[in-house]
Design a protein around this ligand. Structure first.
Ligand SMILES: Nc1ncnc2c1ncn2[C@@H]1O[C@H](COP(=O)(O)OP(=O)(O)OP(=O)(O)O)[C@@H](O)[C@H]1O
Ligand SMILES: [Mg+2]
Length: 1089
């Protein structure tokens, strides 16, 4: 658990708030203040508080706790802090207040404490004891070692609850043993360790459970939570129904997770300090107990007529023996025989089936209850204080509550006896405490009447005539002893006791009481009448375990089992009977009582609000019954017999000082004097209170309530006063603040307004100013302009006037037409200047030079252009004049070519740069052509190789082309033989394309001698030159112009056929060379790139 540490501010805040139990009470927090005091008002008060979740109520220092059956948020770390170091009556009733009081009294006043928690089953005792422990753990010292001790003390609870608690019809986690735990502290209040005492485990539950109830939790926890492996080791199966000892009708409890609890228990065992092998041994014993229930017997008759029994199925026995390390035959024999030893004599008798079952169950019960006691011893070993220094002790007693069932047996008798003793000690200690307080405070003690249950305790525990003594006597008596003989004895001895009732008793009172069966006796306990069945009393008191069985157990190799049965050791045979269960219990109760008497008692009285284990249900009758037997009303009466309420002077003065002017707001003197003044002032009757040494005692709750009412009224008045003053103060402060603010705002506003006004005036002034300035400036400007115009006018007038005067003066000196002459002279001068300048700026004489100086005067434009033209013509003439005759001829030819082909034939531009050579083939120098030379006696104008196009396929054949003055000749290139000779007069036309190719056709006059073979289709690289020369020669010889046709499609006469030659542009099949192809009879196609 983690506790939050408060900050210093929170602590301060807490310290400043002085509270009291009386604040915000629901009903009354302390029953002592109940008015009127009777059973109804008592129950109503509890109910009212319960309905408002107030489960705790005080009777003085006793805490009544009502089980809420649901978790309330009142146990948080914040609550712990709230109750820490606070006086008992300072806050509303709480179990933490009692725990804190007890702890501080132990730590600061060195008083050992005991916390006695009583109440019936399911009333919340165990929970209360755990709350006390956890509160103390939270507020006591800290540190690693201390924390370990705390943890071990707290973790002992789950272990003991697993082995000692069971589900009953009254409580799902009912403690089936009594527990008293001493927690030991050192002088600082740090826990050192603890000692646990356990009382009378209800071992009969091991072998049989009433309907609707379960065996101890641990059996179910093992079977649900252990791993398969572990179960196998323990030779157990998970199925509950396999085990006769497990009540099946409520094997599962709602809201209880046995498997998870098993893990918690194992973990707790580890924290408490159990070694692994010890834990293992413990679970082996539990397994053995469980398996014992499965051993069954069958009858077997012997010849001598004695009844005998036999184990039905030895398998279970075998497994138990393996688990515990007992020789199987030894255990088997122990279940079959009983040996009685008396005065060195051993007598063995056989056991019949019933006896065998009895022996089996006795063994199981003993085994389990001894294991439980061993666990307590083992835990004590772990948690015991390690130092020998003097310890302070806080004991917490959580013992089974008073039980009244339909069938009450020995166990209920014992339990109720214990409760009777506790009630006695409660009465004694409460009275003692009250008396002590009166003595301490110096108040006179008045005798108080109350019911003392000592008489009932005496009926049970009296050494001679007590019921327990009688039972022991019966058990030890020789002869036949039965439960009936025991009852008879009771009837004889106790008949006259006023709290004992029996049908058979001599007292005739009950002879006719049919509600009291013959086999029963009834005791009037302080808590009510309880009827006990005598059946089983003797047996249970004897608590007999056959010696054969204890010896068999001692022989086990299992060290824990061996240690549990020390009396089985043959070397230590004790013929004396062991003490009976009743006497053992009586002794331990006596020790407990003695122990408790030495300590300062603190009481928690637990009450169960309903039988249904349900939240929010408050059963008046059930609560009434509990209140009665717990003697709570009596408790209140005892508290109120003298003075109902008491309070320290300091808190009393603090609470009521506002009721008197002298004490309000401060009293500067001892608190007691202050209270005296206060009470005098309030005129409280003297018999209503008494002044103790440190406390004021108030006799009647009415007086206290009157004080409370006055206080409440006064607080309201004070609140009104405070409110009034506060409101006034607040209004005044607000007013002052507003006033101040108003001044500030007004000053700011004025400043702002003035600023605005000033700015407006300023800008208006500027505007007015600017208008005035503008007006003035314009006026000035107008004046100046006027003045200027006047001046100019005067000047002009003066100039005209002077002009007139001068002209008039000089007219006689000027000749007529002088103007025209001046004009002409000026013009001449200009022209002169122009030509002189032109002379210097003349461009070069190259006809292609485009430069020409810029025109100086516009009126000379046409002259300038004309001059340029003349100059160009002149320089061209100059250029031409340089030519020789030869050159002239060439240029004439070139000119001719230009006229013929320029812009008509694409081949022309390329020919411009080429000089026209004419005789490309030097025939005269080549001997190969001697014959050809000889045949041509005229001057050769052109001698060149051309390609003659074959008319059949368009292929070319080289021919020498010769042009003479009169003829055109074609000769074989190799031999020089003349192939054709055409007089120029027979050539009618030359055709060629407009494209960049050298093809041309020479058309011949129809009917001429040469025309027999048809026209020539030729191609030459010098087409332009050849065509030009052919044209000129023809013109000079025939005086007729040769027709030159430029067209991309023309007809050529081949013998009889006319073939069309067509030029197509674009094909580049043979690079840049035009190709000629015959397409059909009528078409020859020339592809020009
Ligand atoms: N303060 C509480 N707040 C919430 N639930 C409580 C409180 N006290 C008791 N209970 C519930 O009541 C049940 C019974 O309480 P508890 O086991 O303390 O009873 P008991 O008086 O010890 O009974 P027994 O005599 O049978 O041991 C608890 O298991 C729990 O559920
Ligand atoms: Mg309990």
């Amino acid at each position: 658990m983690k506790w939050r540490i408060l900050t210093s501010e929170e602590k301060m805040a807490k310290m400043e708030v002085k509270t009291s139990l009386l604040d915000n009470m629901i009903g009354v927090g302390d029953m002592v203040l109940l008015e009127p005091l009777n059973e109804d008002s008592f129950i109503n008060n509890l109910k009212k508080r319960f309905d408002h979740n107030e489960v705790y109520t005080y009777i003085g220092s006793v805490v009544i706790s009502i089980n809420p059956y649901r978790s309330l948020p009142i146990y948080t770390p914040e609550k712990v802090e709230e109750y820490r170091n606070r006086n008992f009556y300072e806050l509303s009733p709480h179990i933490f207040a009692l725990s804190d009081e007890a702890y501080r009294s132990l730590r600061d006043q060195d008083k050992d404490q005991c916390i006695l928690i009583t109440g019936e089953s399911g009333a919340g005792k165990t929970e209360a004891s755990k709350l006390v422990m956890s509160y103390v753990a939270a507020v006591c010292g800290k540190g690693a070692e201390v924390n370990q001790v705390k943890e071990q003390l707290l973790q002992s609870n789950p272990v003991l609850e697993a082995f000692g608690n069971a589900k009953t019809v009254r409580n799902d986690n009912s403690s089936r043993f009594g527990k008293y735990m001493d927690i030991e502290f050192d002088f600082k209040g740090d826990p050192l360790g603890g000692v646990i005492s356990n009382y009378l485990l209800e071992k009969s539950r091991v072998v049989k459970q009433p309907r609707g109830e379960r065996n101890f939790h641990i059996f179910y926890q093992i079977l649900s939570g252990a791993s398969e492996d572990f179960l196998c080791k323990l030779k157990l199966e998970r199925d509950f129904s396999r085990y006769n000892y497990l009540g099946l009708d409520s094997a599962k409890v709602n809201g209880v997770d046995d498997a998870a609890n098993f893990r918690t228990v194992r973990n707790a065992m580890q924290i408490v300090g159990f070694m692994d092998h010890e834990t293992q041994s413990v679970f082996e014993v539990v397994a053995a107990v469980l398996k014992l229930g499965n051993i069954e017997f069958k009858p077997e008759s012997r010849v001598n007529g004695l009844d005998e029994s036999k184990i039905k199925d030895k398998n279970e026995l075998k497994e138990i023996c393996e688990l515990t390390g007992i020789d199987q035959s030894v255990l088997e024999r122990a279940f079959s025989f009983r040996t009685v030893e008396a005065k060195q004599e051993k007598v063995s008798t056989t056991l019949n089936v019933a006896q065998a079952y009895y022996a089996r169950d006795a063994l199981a019960k003993n085994l389990y209850s001894r294991l439980f006691s061993w666990l307590v011893t083992r835990i004590n070993e772990s948690i015991k204080a390690q130092t020998k220094v003097r310890k302070k002790v806080m004991g917490v007693l959580d013992i089974y509550g008073f039980e009244i069932f339909e069938d009450n047996s020995f166990e209920q008798f014992i339990i109720n006896y214990c409760n009777e003793k506790l009630q006695q000690i409660f009465i004694e200690l409460t009275l003692k405490e009250e008396q002590e307080e009166y003595i301490r405070e110096g108040i006179e003690w008045t005798h108080i009447e109350y019911f003392n249950n000592a008489i009932i305790c005496d009926l049970i525990e009296n050494n001679q005539t007590g019921i327990l003594a009688m039972l022991d006597e019966e058990c030890l008596r020789p002869g036949t002893v039965t439960d009936d003989t025991f009852l008879e004895k009771l009837n004889q001895v106790c008949a006259t006791h006023q709290h004992f009732e029996s049908r058979m008793s001599k007292c005739s009172r009950f002879l006719n009481d049919t509600s009291l069966p013959h086999s029963c006796f009834r005791i009037q306990h302080y808590a009510g009448k309880v009827m006990y069945q005598v059946e089983g009393f003797v047996d249970k008191n004897n608590d007999l375990l056959y010696r054969d069985l204890s010896q068999a157990m001692w022989k086990a190799s299992h060290s824990l089992i061996k240690a549990l049965f020390p009396e089985g050791n043959p070397a230590k045979i004790n013929l004396k009977r062991p003490p009976t269960a009743g006497s053992q219990f009586k002794a331990s109760v006596a020790t407990l009582m003695k122990n408790l008497q030495t300590k300062n008692p603190n009481y928690i009285r637990c009450i169960k609000p309903n039988d249904k284990k349900a939240a929010h249900i408050f059963n008046d009758a059930l609560v009434c019954h509990q209140i009665r037997y717990l003697g709570l009303l009596e408790n209140v009466r005892v508290r109120r017999a003298g003075y109902a309420f008491r309070q320290g002077y300091e808190p009393c003065l603090e609470r009521y000082k506002m009721l008197c002017k002298q004490t309000w707001p401060h009293w500067r003197g001892p608190a007691r004097a202050g209270v005296e003044v206060l009470f005098n002032e309030l005129e409280i009757p003297e018999e209503e209170f008494s002044f103790g040494r440190s406390k004021i005692f108030i006799r009647n709750p009415r007086t206290l309530f009157k004080l409370e009412d006055l206080r409440k009224q006064r607080l309201e008045d004070l609140a009104t006063l405070i409110e009034k003053i506060y409101r006034g103060w607040k209004c005044r402060t607000r007013f002052l603040l507003m006033k101040k603010s108003q001044i500030v705002i007004a000053s700011w506003y004025r400043r702002y307004a003035q600023q605005k006004k000033y700015q407006k005036i300023k800008s208006s002034a500027v505007i007015v100013q600017s208008y005035i300035r503008g007006w003035k400036a314009r006026k000035l400007l107008r004046e100046l302009k006027h003045q200027k115009r006047c001046n100019e006018a005067a000047t002009i007038i003066a100039a005209y006037w002077h002009g007139t005067q001068v002209r008039r003066e000089y007219r006689k000196f000027f000749r007529a037409n002088a103007g025209r002459k001046i004009y002409e002279f000026t013009l001449q001068r200009i022209m002169q200047k122009y030509f002189l300048e032109m002379k210097n700026k003349m461009p070069s004489l190259s006809p292609i030079d485009k430069n020409w100086p810029a025109r100086p005067y516009l009126f000379l434009d046409s002259t300038h252009k004309e001059l340029k033209r003349i100059f160009h013509l002149w320089r061209c003439k100059k250029y031409r004049d340089q030519f020789t005759d030869q050159q002239k001829l060439i240029y004439e030819e070139k000119l001719e070519a230009s006229e013929l082909f320029k812009d008509k034939k694409a081949l022309y531009p390329a020919s411009v740069g080429q000089p026209f050579q004419g005789a490309y083939l030097e025939i005269s120098k080549n001997p190969k052509y001697k014959k050809l030379k000889d045949a041509v006696d005229e001057k050769i104008i052109i001698a060149e190789v051309v390609n003659k196009i074959n008319r059949a396929n368009g292929k070319a054949t080289s021919r020498i082309f010769l042009l003479t003055k009169n003829n055109v000749l074609l000769a074989d290139q190799k031999s020089g033989n003349i192939k054709s000779e055409v007089p120029l007069g027979d050539v009618t036309k030359v055709s060629m394309s407009s494209q960049n190719d050298g093809f041309f056709a020479v058309h011949l006059k129809e009917g001429s001698g040469a025309a027999g073979k048809g026209d020539f289709l030729l191609s030459s690289d010098h087409l332009i030159e050849m065509a030009t020369k052919l044209y000129r020669t023809t013109l000079s010889q025939t005086k007729q112009k040769l027709n030159i046709e430029i067209s991309d499609e023309f007809l050529v006469q081949f013998r009889q056929d006319k073939v069309c030659v067509k030029f197509i542009q674009g094909s580049q099949k043979n690079g840049n060379i035009p190709t000629c192809k015959r397409k059909n009879n009528r078409l020859l196609e020339v592809a020009v790139p």
